[in-house]
Write a new protein. Structure first.
Length: 68
């Protein structure tokens, strides 16, 4: 995957850990498999804009914050 995917994944993981959330917490909020969240965080999956919006909401941050 490209650098943008890795940057998104790293930022998502950083925010998730700061909020003391597990990958399972995010999965339950979004109704997706934990392996999907793991793949996004590692930069192996490139989520759609709709999914990025849902991820931001599940993490309690703006899309802007998630994409920094």
């Amino acid at each position: 995957m490209n650098n943008s995917s890795k940057k998104l994944g790293a930022n998502m993981k950083k925010i998730r850990l700061l909020k003391q959330m597990s990958q399972g917490d995010i999965c339950r909020k979004l109704g997706v498999d934990r392996s999907y969240i793991s793949n996004v965080e590692s930069g192996n999956k490139n989520p759609t804009l709709s999914t990025i919006t849902k991820l931001a909401s599940a993490l309690g941050v703006s899309v802007d914050e998630l994409l920094k």
